[in-house]
Design a protein around this ligand. Structure first.
Ligand SMILES: CC(C)(COP(=O)(O)OP(=O)(O)OC[C@H]1O[C@@H](n2cnc3c(N)ncnc32)[C@H](O)[C@@H]1OP(=O)(O)O)[C@@H](O)C(=O)NCCC(=O)NCCS
Length: 210
């Protein structure tokens, strides 16, 4: 089994750990976090991210999964991965065995795809994206790097979602719409127009509030 370190020790990390257990192909060395949250689903606390330096030095290769949640823009997760780049960690994509990923889907590195997700053909998922529980990414959708698709979201065919954006829990985006980089779409919103500017959009139809 390939050794892997889980980066982050909050609620999102627990979801990721459950998926790693089901995949059964990784030896979970433990998790890093700023603080010790005790044993998380059998995973021990290893220390802060600095601990990764010595762990990486002891091995020829070390896998890691970014298991820090994202409520807001994806920049913090990207910055963390950039800081860790010098350690030559590998960030494999973690795809739940309970997700359906259909033909001709492209999934970048460091992506996590949770239980109950459906991704249909022609879709592409950028580096570091989270496709969260029970969300649907329809055919030919393009999701850029460091996007979070929250639980229960429906992204219809041909939609594009720019870098760092977050689509809030239960939101719907109708077909072919374009969402710019650095947009936050509120929980339960319905996106029926292109979102051309970075900002926070809520409601049905989704409108910009700032
Ligand atoms: C959109 C969101 C980011 C705004 O958060 P915020 O900046 O703290 O905004 P506030 O709570 O101050 O709300 C500002 C206004 O927008 C309204 N609003 C906030 N979220 C809304 C939503 N999802 N739908 C409709 N209206 C919303 C508030 O009622 C408030 O209106 P008011 O000024 O008339 O009282 C947040 O409410 C949201 O929906 N987050 C998504 C959470 C999520 O998906 N988490 C996933 C976890 S895995």
């Amino acid at each position: 089994m390939d050794p892997i370190v889980v980066i982050g020790g909050g609620g999102h990390a627990k979801v990721v750990l459950s998926i790693l257990h089901k995949l059964g192909k990784y030896q979970i060395l433990g998790y890093t976090d700023l603080r010790d949250n005790g044993v998380l689903l059998g995973a021990d606390y290893l220390g802060s991210d600095q601990e990764l330096t010595s762990m990486a030095a002891e091995r020829t290769s070390l896998n890691a999964v970014l298991a820090i949640g994202q409520v807001g823009l994806g920049k913090a997760r990207q910055e963390l991965q950039t800081r860790l780049q010098s350690l030559s960690l590998s960030f494999p994509s973690i795809v739940s065995p309970n997700a359906v990923v259909n033909e001709e889907v492209r999934i970048g590195a460091a992506v996590t795809v949770m239980d109950g997700v459906v991704i249909n053909s022609g879709a592409s998922i950028g580096h570091g994206a989270i496709v969260n529980t029970n969300s649907t990414v329809e055919h030919d959708v393009r999701i850029d790097d460091w996007v979070h698709i929250a639980p229960g979201v429906t992204i219809s065919g041909g939609v594009t979602i720019g870098r760092f954006s977050m689509i809030g829990v239960g939101a719907t985006v109708i077909e072919g719409k374009q969402i710019a980089s650095e947009c936050i779409v509120g929980a339960g919103a319905t996106v029926v127009h292109d979102l051309k500017e970075p900002g926070v959009y809520v409601g049905s139809p989704a409108r910009r509030i700032r």
